[in-house]
Structures are given as structure tokens and as C-alpha cells.
Design a protein around this ligand. Structure first.
Ligand SMILES: Nc1nc2c(ncn2[C@@H]2O[C@H](COP(=O)(O)OP(=O)(O)OP(=O)(O)O)[C@@H](O)[C@H]2O)c(=O)[nH]1
Ligand SMILES: [Mg+2]
Length: 673
């Protein structure tokens, strides 16, 4: 009774399940459902007295590919099912679901990655109902297959008599013999039988009444000790895992041993079953969920205990199906399932990524780009970055604290075929070091999966050794000073009016040329945006350029802005002067006491005029906002004298060049040192 694992892999809908049915002696079913996740079953090994295969029939939907990795890390026989028709189409639709196809060389590389040359591989051309359907392997596939020590190529049909079934059985029998099956002593055999008994006892119970899906490591050790004669429990456990009898990975799931793997997989894959109500929920929530969500929508009804649910989540994380996104919210960890993220870049990314800044880029061109590459990168970064990152289906954005640099990582697939690119862009700070570090992570993930790529330009080597987990992804500190310009709009009637606007334009152009962004009403505000909100933000600006003109001093909006700045400077002249850079135009009368009094008087008069109008009918006819503005005029009348007197008292830049120099002081990167 030596068990060997048999993995049936290949694209969705090629006929994997039908092939297995025929091996079990079941009839062909022309209409069949797509396999969800993995179905585990057993099969008497052909021509072997007592031998059995533990068979893993994998669902071909690529949403499941990430999970394969969990189970492929063990000695197994592989059947790779393929049909020529699917070699040429990158995707196909089945009952509204999109399946991504991968060509046979990809699957062969994939198996190579996990099993190496030792893995016995049987390539089966499925749906080869008649000799005319038979096809040769492509040169690439033939070369990829040739690397394995034991290999067979068989044409097979699940229909009618089962064309090629005898050859398939013979190949399986030979492959079975390729796997070492150490003879196990009576103690070990006893443990194996007990595990099988538990599973069989549970199988006849209703799913909610099952008792032995998982056992703890101490219970396993006790079982071994009772059976006797087992020197190394850990080694034996590893052997059972390899044979597909149990699932156990040291360190995962509290070291628990999953006796009934099908049970755990059902629970996990039901989350992604499009027919269950949890699927639309996850979609609607941008792929974010908590254990409580899955419990309420799915797992509680199915009878899984909270402890079991934690194990499922561990399992999902360890194969990159999801990653923890926020560890703190309401005591429940929020997870993200990358496959269910929104399609497009988040809207507010335009505020975080600056298209005008210089960018460093590394482009990885993959002849074949499976979706799990980006998903793995996302899970590794996301695990660390959590809420500080932005994620969407084809990319992510993060800021790294150590390099003070931003990174945008995106994948783009070719319209046809399987090729695609992963593009890393970095900007600000030590962008080239961050690029180098991230590029190394992509290289590492690609090589782990045996994927070939071309890198357009090798990133300079900074001797980067940091792993994802050592990087410090945080929300970008908002340290860039916020600059605004406060000015009166142009009036075409006077030359002074035209010149004023030209000066403002020039300031903004000069700032831009130095990489400084000045927020100006015209460029910041779109239709429907609140002007008063913008003016309030301006009032809080770190630096406000003010173009003082006659029109400015008498405009209600400018009055509003000036008084906001004054208030935010706590009405202290020194603080006010630190925040503002003032350019005084010739027509601005602020220099003498009489000038200033005249302006104060102007606002007092406007205040009284409006007050009189309101008094006629009572304040209820005035908009709240206008009453506020009315009160502000009065206050302004009493403040403006102080503000202007202080301005007049300070040395002014004489020329526009001087104004620019003084204005940009402390804003340029070289000023920091
Ligand atoms: N003509 C013909 N059709 C077949 C054969 N094998 C499978 N099919 C057809 O392909 C469909 C899908 O077969 P399955 O065995 O369910 O495919 P699968 O590879 O298990 O698909 P997933 O579980 O989605 O990965 C069947 O319902 C049949 O219609 C075959 O040998 N000949
Ligand atoms: Mg199937």
C-alpha cells in the first residue's frame, strides 16, 4: 500500500477531469462542469498489486494557479493535458468566465520548476478522438519535455472506447515505479491506516459533523509514539505529505496537520466560486474582506469553526491568494485578494504620482507572463505596506521611506498571446536605488518560477540586498511646502491689469521650471469646485505669493484670502512675513498712513452699505455666506492697516528677478542642505 501523488495539470476545459474519469472506469460526460480548485481522489495504480495514486485534478482557471505552488512541492507523477486548439488562443470563455490559456512549454517549465528532471511527466494530447486529430509537439515543447528523465507522449480521447487508454495506463504504471517508495515498517503502516480510517469515518458524516480534518502536531506525535518504532516523527510526516496522504508544512497553520485536504480546499475555493454570494460581495468591496465577512457570507453556514477559518486564511496567504492589508481595523485583519481588485488605477493616484517629475524605469519583457508574478509582488509588498499602498488589478503604488522614493509597478499584457511586461517606475529621492531593489525582487520571483524575461536596461547595481520585508513602505510624508498665488484677476481695460496677469503667469512658469508647483485658482479649480474652499486652503499655504495691486486691495475675494493668511499666521507680523512673498505693483497705494486709512475706510463703507441694505428687511434675506463676508469686511477694516504698515516697513524686492529669488528661497532641493 504505497501511495504516489498524481497531478493532472493543464489549461481549463482541455479534458483533465474526463481523462481521470476514464482512468477510474467511469463513462465520458460530454457536458461537464469546470473543476473548482482541486479535486482529490484516489486511483488504483494500473498493473500494480497494491499501489495507489492520490490523484489531484486541478481546476484550469488561472485564478487557481497560485495555489498549485502549495501542493506541487513534493514528489509526484505529472500528467500534462493539452489540445492543439488551445495552444493558439490566450483566453477562452466558458459560461461567462474567462480562462487564460498557457502553452505546453509553459506547463512543462512549470513542472520542471517544482519537480526538476526527476519528475516523471506524461504529456497527453486530449480530445484526440481519431488518428486525424493527432499532432506532433512543437519544437519548443519537445525541447522542454526532453529535459525530463522519464517522459511519455500519448494521444488520448475520453470519448467512446477511450482511444489511447491502454498506452496511458502503461505509462502510469511505469511512472509509478519511478517514484521511490520506501518500504514502511509496521509502526508507520499503523499510523497511515489510522489517518485513512479517520478520513473514511468522516467521509460518511455530514460535512458539519466531521471531526478529524485537522490534528495538532502533538496529537500526531502521540499517534506515532503509540504505534511504536518510528524514530523520526518529523521525517515520517514529511513522507506522508510527499505521498499526498496529509498536508503539512512546518511553520504553517500552527504546525497543524491537515488530514482532509479536500475539505480545506473546498472551503478556500468556495470563496472564489462565482455562483456563491460571497463572490459579488468581494468584487463590490474591491477585493477587500475580513475573516468575519467570509464567516458571515460563507464559512459559518458551512460549519467551519473560527479556528478552522484561521487556518484557511493562513493557507490562502501562503500561496498568495490574499495578503493582509490592514492589521488594525476593528481588531479584524482586512485582507485583499489581488484577483478581485478593481480594474483601474485609483482616482487619487494623480495626486500621488507626479507625471512631470523625472522617472527611472525598468521594463521586464516576458515571453510568457502568468498573472501570479504581479500577484506575488503585490502580496509581498502589500503585506508590508498595507494601507500605505494603492492596489489595483494590474498594478500598485507605494512610497519607500528609506530611499524617500515612490514606485509604480504595473503589468501590461499583449493583446494576443501570452507575452507581457512588468514595468517598474520610480521617482523622487533615491529613485535609482529603489528601482534597483525592486528590480531584484522581480528577478527573484521570475527565476523561482523559471520564467524568462528580457530587461531593457540593467538598473545600476547598488549592492542592494534588502528583501521586500526589509523595505519600509509607508504613506508618503507630506513634506513638500504647499505654494499658492493670491492675485486679482486681470481686467483688460487697463494696461496695468494686463501686466498683472502676465506677471502671475511668469511666476508660475519660472516655478515650474524649478520643479516647484504653485497652486493657482485657474489650474486647481474645475467646474463645480468650491472657490471658498480653495481660498481657505490658500490661507493655510506654506508659501503664498501675493501680487498687491489696487484692484487686489479692493476685491472681496482677495480680501478673504489676505485675511485668511493673516489669521493662519495668528495675526503676528513675523509669522505672516514668513509665509508670504509680496510683489507690490505700482498702483498699490500702501506706503503712507493716508493710503492705508483710505483702504480701511473703503472696507468700512462697504460694510455699512451692505449692513444698511440688510437692516431694511432683516438679516434673514442675506445668505449666511454673505453675512460672514460682511462681518469679515468690518474685521478686515480694523486689521488691514496693521498688515499693510508692516509690509511697507520691510525692504521690498525691487525687480521681478529679485522677487523670484526671494520667493523661491528655501523651496529648492539644494536649499535643504
Ligand atoms: N470530443 C471530445 N471532447 C472532450 C474530450 N474530453 C473532454 N471533452 C470536452 O471538454 C469538456 C471539458 O472536459 P473536462 O474534463 O471537464 O475539462 P477540464 O480540463 O477538467 O476543465 P477544468 O476543470 O475547467 O480545468 C467536456 O465536457 C467535453 O465536452 C474528448 O476526449 N473528446
Ligand atoms: Mg476539471
Amino acid at each position: 500500500m504505497a501511495d504516489v501523488k498524481l497531478m493532472i495539470l493543464g489549461n481549463g476545459r482541455v479534458g483533465k477531469t474526463q481523462l481521470f474519469r476514464r482512468l477510474k472506469g467511469l463513462p465520458f460526460a460530454p457536458v461537464s462542469d469546470s473543476t473548482h480548485g482541486i479535486v482529490i481522489d484516489s486511483l488504483q495504480a494500473p498493473d500494480q498489486e497494491e499501489g495507489r495514486f492520490n490523484v489531484w485534478d486541478f481546476g484550469g482557471q488561472d485564478i487557481y494557479h497560485g495555489t498549485h505552488a502549495l501542493f506541487l512541492k513534493s514528489r509526484a507523477v505529472f500528467i500534462l493535458a493539452w489540445t492543439p486548439g488551445m495552444e493558439e488562443r490566450a483566453t477562452h470563455l466558458h459560461e461567462g468566465m474567462e480562462f487564460k490559456n498557457f502553452p505546453l512549454p509553459y506547463w512543462l517549465d512549470y513542472v520542471w520548476q517544482f519537480g526538476g528532471e526527476e519528475a516523471p511527466v506524461i504529456v497527453v494530447q486530449t480530445q484526440a478522438d481519431k488518428p486525424g486529430d493527432d499532432r506532433q509537439l512543437s519544437p519548443e515543447a519537445a525541447a522542454a519535455l526532453d529535459r525530463f528523465r522519464f517522459k511519455k507522449m500519448i494521444q488520448f480521447s475520453a470519448k467512446d472506447k477511450g482511444r489511447g487508454i491502454a498506452a496511458l495506463k502503461e505509462a502510469l504504471s511505469e511512472a509509478y515505479d519511478q517514484i521511490d517508495r520506501p518500504l514502511i515498517g509496521p509502526g508507520r503502516a499503523k499510523v497511515k491506516l489510522q489517518v485513512a480510517d479517520w478520513r473514511n469515518e468522516d467521509a460518511v458524516r455530514a460535512p458539519t459533523d466531521r471531526q478529524r480534518q485537522i490534528i495538532s502536531r502533538p496529537s500526531f506525535d502521540k499517534l506515532c509514539a503509540d504505534a511504536g518504532n518510528i524514530s523520526d516523527h518529523g521525517l515520517f510526516l514529511h513522507f506522508l505529505h510527499n505521498a499526498g496522504t496529509v498536508f503539512h508544512q512546518p511553520g504553517l497553520f500552527n504546525d497543524d496537520i491537515v488530514i482532509d485536504q479536500g475539505w480545506a480546499l473546498d472551503a478556500i475555493y468556495s470563496v472564489f466560486n462565482r455562483e456563491k454570494r460571497v463572490f459579488p460581495f468581494l468584487k463590490a468591496h474591491g477585493g477587500r474582506f475580513t475573516r468575519a465577512d467570509l464567516a458571515a457570507l460563507l464559512w459559518d453556514d458551512a460549519g467551519y469553526s473560527p479556528a478552522e477559518q484561521e487556518i484557511f486564511l493562513d493557507m490562502m496567504q501562503s500561496c498568495g491568494i490574499c495578503f493582509p492589508y490592514d492589521h488594525r481595523s476593528q481588531g479584524e485583519t482586512i485582507f485583499i485578494a489581488p484577483d478581485l481588485l478593481p480594474k483601474d488605477r485609483p482616482y487619487d493616484l494623480i495626486q500621488k504620482w507626479d507625471d512631470d517629475l523625472p522617472v527611472q524605469t525598468a521594463t521586464f519583457e516576458f515571453g510568457l507572463l502568468p498573472s501570479f508574478v504581479l500577484r506575488t509582488i503585490m502580496a509581498e509588498i502589500g503585506d508590508q505596506a498595507g494601507l500605505a499602498g494603492d492596489y489595483w488589478q494590474d498594478g500598485l503604488f507605494v512610497f519607500e521611506a528609506d530611499t524617500k522614493s515612490r514606485a509604480l509597478i504595473e503589468q501590461g499584457m499583449a493583446e494576443k498571446g501570452w507575452s507581457g511586461a512588468i514595468v517598474i517606475q520610480t521617482q523622487k529621492g533615491d529613485a535609482s536605488r529603489l528601482l534597483d531593489e525592486l528590480a531584484r525582487q522581480v528577478e527573484r520571483i521570475a527565476s523561482r518560477h523559471g520564467l524568462n524575461f528580457e530587461l531593457d536596461e540593467k538598473a545600476p547595481d547598488h549592492g542592494a540586498k534588502r528583501e521586500m520585508k526589509d523595505m519600509a513602505f509607508i504613506s508618503e510624508p507630506n513634506d513638500a511646502p504647499k505654494c499658492y498665488v493670491s492675485y486679482a484677476w486681470k481686467d483688460d481695460r487697463s494696461d496695468a491689469g494686463k501686466a498683472r496677469e502676465a506677471d502671475v503667469d511668469r511666476l508660475c512658469t519660472e516655478a515650474e521650471a524649478r520643479g516647484i508647483r504653485i497652486r493657482r485658482d485657474k489650474s486647481e479649480l474645475g467646474f463645480g469646485d468650491s472657490i471658498s474652499k480653495f481660498m481657505r486652503e490658500l490661507g493655510k499655504g506654506d508659501r503664498v505669493f501675493i501680487f498687491l495691486s489696487e484692484k487686489y486691495l479692493k476685491s472681496p475675494n482677495c480680501m478673504f484670502e489676505l485675511s485668511e493668511i493673516w489669521r493662519n499666521a495668528r495675526m503676528e507680523a513675523d509669522e505672516f512675513q514668513q509665509r508670504v512673498r509680496i510683489y507690490t505693483l505700482d498702483d498699490a497705494g500702501i506706503w503712507t498712513a493716508d493710503d492705508r486709512l483710505e483702504i480701511a475706510e473703503y472696507w468700512l463703507e462697504r460694510h455699512s452699505a451692505f449692513g444698511e441694505k440688510m437692516a431694511k428687511h432683516g438679516p434673514r434675506i442675506a445668505a449666511t455666506r454673505d453675512i460672514e463676508s460682511w462681518k469679515r469686511m468690518d474685521r478686515h477694516a480694523s486689521e488691514i492697516g496693521d498688515i499693510l504698515a508692516d509690509i511697507a516697513d520691510r525692504v521690498q524686492p525691487r525687480t521681478f528677478e529679485d522677487f523670484l529669488k526671494y520667493g523661491f528661497e528655501g523651496l529648492l532641493p539644494e536649499d535643504e542642505a
